[in-house]
Design a protein around this ligand. Structure first.
Ligand code: IMP
Length: 183
């Protein structure tokens, strides 16, 4: 679905599908060059990073492998619960590997800070983070993020993998959810 299919539920479109595609091509070129000559393992964070993982990986010119983790931090509301739990772990051993975590959005930073800490303890050769969206004003935890798609305002957004109560992930664009949907 596109923003036009959802005009009632969106108060603002932040980034169109075209802008997201273009930004991913730029990021992929940077990642290709940074990882030249090294085997890259992309670790996607389910469910939100499904779209960015699919598009980023296909924009790369070099080989990569992929694995997935599922983590819960939100429930069905619009505020972080602060409690991070692993719901699904990696299926591969990452020791000695060059790992790039692929995330949909960095809000408070709690999820990524937990994840980076957890994966570092498994002794990868290197570990970096890519997030498609980041809310700089919401950060409560310092997370070292190497690749950022877009910085966005501190509002609850949906689309391109990001959900509210499980819906809107299949919206192609990214926009701000109208408060009337959750109030
Ligand atoms: P953090 O731990 O507060 O950084 O939150 C990270 C996770 O919360 C993301 O992976 C998303 O699943 C979810 N999240 C944070 N902000 C939003 C938003 O604006 N829309 C949808 N999901 C969000």
């Amino acid at each position: 679905m596109d923003a036009a299919d959802l005009s009632q539920d969106l108060s603002e479109v932040l980034h169109t599908r075209e802008a997201i595609d273009q930004r991913l091509v730029e990021l992929a070129a940077q990642i290709d060059s940074d990882y030249a000559g090294r085997d890259l393992l992309l670790v996607g964070v389910l469910n939100g990073a499904v779209m960015v993982m699919a598009d980023l990986s296909r924009s790369l010119k070099s080989h990569c492998t992929m694995d997935w983790m599922a983590i819960s931090s939100y429930g069905s509301g619009t505020k972080s619960s602060g409690v991070v739990r692993i719901l699904k772990d990696l299926t591969t051993d990452i020791s000695g590997k060059h790992v790039l975590i692929v995330e949909d959005i960095l809000d408070t930073g709690l999820t990524l800070s937990y994840l980076v800490h957890n994966l570092k303890s498994r002794e990868p050769a290197s570990i970096e983070v890519m997030t498609m969206f980041r809310k700089p004003e919401a950060a409560t935890t310092d997370v070292d993020v190497k690749y950022v798609g877009f910085d966005i305002p501190n509002k609850f957004v949906i689309g391109y993998g990001l959900d509210y109560a499980g819906r809107y992930r299949n919206l192609r664009d990214v926009g701000v959810l109208s408060p009337h949907v959750y109030e």
